[in-house]
Design a protein around this ligand. Structure first.
Ligand code: ZN
Ligand code: ZN
Length: 393
């Protein structure tokens, strides 16, 4: 072996960084990734590849066939930005008011293009096909399902993704088998009480006071109805009611998010929330309606493919570049949708102590690019070998 994945990744670092800055300067909201997808497709075509565009919205799928036929493994990057006004002051800061890459998806997309640059020049090393999935609409957890519905996982034996992670050392890969990201489902509770003058509360069924009871009682679900060894979150994000200081309104609307790491807890949360909201409202002479919007599954890493990914990263980088992850995040990701179609692993890529995700001062760290590409190339090669062994008679 003349060249390592690390040296091949280093050779494409400058071009990948330029692509990252271009994407960062031109962020597009979920479902609107037209220009980003065009840049992705154009870059892939310049390598002689034949990307499929318009998959599940603005998604792009591109297969890189190796020198030897074999199984197929996939790597995914997300392309969408967030509705945040950037305040980094960077020379390549967002040129679109109110829109910025504050979750590292500019880095993910650029690194997957960097991987394409590396693999297109090293096809003879691959025994099978590497599929690159450029996904729209991750922040609205809609893109993965839309792409899978249009066949992006057909024929894929294993699937992987890297996500930039503030707070982890620059270029350090961290993951674990089992749950790594939570499910998310949202709720809306509309309380119907009755209004009155603020001076005469006994003539009302005060939906604000009742809503406050609902918020408090909902925390009892996590504290008392769920196994303390099972993580769960119920967060109320909005509580809207009323128009003036001296008027008790007739109604209140509360919305929020529920998170879980297992299917059983995820199933219990909406049932328990509705029971609690109805029970509290009934006890106060009010009624309510409870609407649940189903989000995405937890991301649960397959133990065998996770071990393969960790080993591949360790061999290609060095032992200190791979950190054992002990606890999952209660954040959500739609990568779990791909894992319904094939096993795989979701890995964190450390970007150091920069601003936290979804913050107006966030910037992906270019110093993580080479290690990110190296890790993905090593995983792709090893996963093709493992998939071939599994399918061998
Ligand atoms: Zn995000
Ligand atoms: Zn993200």
């Amino acid at each position: 072996m003349s060249e390592t994945w690390l040296s091949r990744a280093a050779a494409v670092e400058a071009r990948t960084r330029d692509l990252r800055h271009r994407i960062h300067a031109n962020p597009e909201l979920s479902g609107q990734e037209r220009e980003t997808a065009a840049l992705v497709a154009e870059t892939l075509m310049s390598l002689g590849l034949a990307p499929r565009t318009g998959v599940g919205g603005h998604g792009v799928v591109c297969d890189i066939a190796g020198g030897t036929p074999g199984p197929m493994v996939a790597l995914r990057a997300d392309m969408d930005a967030l509705p945040i006004q950037e305040e980094t002051g960077l020379p390549y800061a967002s040129e679109r008011p109110g829109v910025m890459h504050a979750c590292g998806h500019d880095g993910h997309t650029a690194m997957l293009l960097g991987l394409a640059l590396v693999l297109a020049a090293a096809r003879d090393r691959l025994r099978g096909t590497v599929r690159l999935i450029f996904q729209p609409a991750e922040e609205t957890v809609a893109g993965a399902a839309a792409m899978c519905a249009e066949g992006c996982m057909d024929g894929v034996s294993a699937v992987f993704a890297l996500h930039a992670w503030p707070g982890v050392g620059v270029g350090v890969i961290a993951t674990k088998p089992g749950p790594v990201m939570a499910s998310t489902d949202t709720f809306e509770i509309v309380i119907q009480g009755s209004g009155a003058h603020g001076a005469y509360p006994h003539l009302s069924r005060d939906p604000i006071a009742i809503g406050a009871l609902v918020v408090t009682a909902a925390q009892q679900i996590v504290a008392r109805r769920i196994d303390p060894l099972e993580p769960a979150v119920i967060t109320f994000g909005t509580f809207h009611a009323g128009t003036a200081t001296n008027i008790i309104p007739a109604g209140a609307t509360l919305t929020g998010t529920m998170r879980a790491l297992s299917a059983s807890v995820r199933a219990l949360l909406p049932r328990a929330l509705e029971e609690t909201a109805r029970g509290v409202c009934a006890s106060q002479g009010a009624t309510c309606s409870c609407t649940i919007s189903t989000g995405v599954d937890p991301v649960v890493n397959d133990p065998a493919w996770t071990a393969l990914a960790i080993d591949a990263a360790r061999v290609e980088l060095d032992a200190g570049s791979v950190a054992e992850l002990h606890t999952p995040s209660m954040g959500a990701e739609d990568f779990g949708v791909y894992l319904r179609h094939a096993p795989g692993a979701f890995l964190r890529l450390g970007i150091g102590d920069k601003a936290v995700g979804h913050d107006c001062r966030y910037d992906f760290n270019d110093a993580a690019i080479v290690r990110g590409i190296t890790c993905m190339a090593a995983i792709a090669e090893e996963a093709l070998g493992a998939a071939a062994r599994l399918s061998a008679p």
